[in-house]
Design a protein around this ligand. Sequence first.
Ligand code: UTP
Length: 408
Amino acid sequence: MNYEQIVDLLKEHNQEQLLRYYEELSDEGKKKLLSQIEKVDWSLLDMVKEHGTDAVRGVIKPLDAVEITEIEKNKEAYYQTGLKAIKAGKVGAVLLAGGQGTRLGSDKPKGMFNIGLTRDLFIFEQLMENTKKVVEAAGVWVPFYIMTSDKNHNDTVSFFEEHDYFGYSKEHIKFFMQEMAPSVDFDGKLLLEAKDSLSLSPNGNGGWFSSMQRSGVIEDAKARGVEWLNIFAVDNVLQKIADPLFVGAVLDKGYISGAKVVRKNAPQERVGVLCLEDGKPSIVEYYEMTEEMVTSRREDGELTYAFGVILNYLFRIDELEKIVGQKLQTHIVEKKIPYIDDKGVLVKPEVPNGYKFETLILDMIHLFDNCLPYEVVREQEFAPIKNPTGVDSVESARELLQNNGVVL
Ligand code: UTP
């Protein structure tokens, strides 16, 4: 599109502010800005008007989990099945590290955060240590894929290089980048982060598989014989990666996907719950649950909707390929978004000032015919780092790591 066409487009969408500094730009800057504007998905902006209206949910029913008591009974069988698949190279790991970690408040990728006390221990390092445990048991490297975004790709790759991949095999680590989406202020006006650039941010963790396809790393995985992918978040430093027991349970039970879950520590705990929606697996967020769902109990006294997801999933690649074309719901999320004001000065807000648009991996679950909720002991496998202090923080994760024998 040429300049005149872009002007018309912006008039149509009431977004002419984007060309406020156009005349000051170099030819290169002009080209960059026009091409970013051309790529905007204008349908996102309509969501701002609809924001606040509740999504309509289907009929929700409980979904039985494989609970710790059952896992204990079948431990040996699950372990052998899982380890066999890992030894055969059928399981790959996918680390979702494209987020901006705004709650933690560091400018660097979250994985670079140092959680050590008497020594350096970076989040990335701890995750690689966790993976090396299974590598040791299986005697093979687990192919390891890391999703980054345009905002943190170079920092992440350099950090791994500088630290010699934390002792992991470089040949078995591949990076790929996710896609970006524009951000708007609360009135739905697109923001600029520089005179020649829209304010773009990672578009959520829902697009991870299409990004693996687009970047070609899925072909790398398939060429290595990988059939299953274990996807997990960057911030849970206690999680087991390519866990043979989890893999074995999903395989032995004939499922096409699985989700690690923890028993809620209180009915009101703010976690998404894995259940059935219209007969298919689905995650209902804590704020979408009715009071009845929150408090309802089974005959044995346990909560009916007892298990919260911890963002550690296992998916079969051929099943992912079947669902990848289906559109995921876009969520509109209030965030602190740096922008340049009408004097051209960069502002880094202290409080949320607009919306980002994201698709989420949790919405993917509903596209699968089945998903096995697999219970893990939260004190041993769930130490998310979202905030500097308080709940799900650096502090709480440090304590949990130490309780599990990790020297900090
Ligand atoms: P969070 O929902 O915690 O988001 O991501 P975040 O961006 O890291 O942190 P806040 O909300 O700004 O504080 C859960 C997982 O999904 C990844 C994150 O890196 C983390 O592992 N993620 C999130 C992506 O890979 N891409 C995204 O666009 C968003």
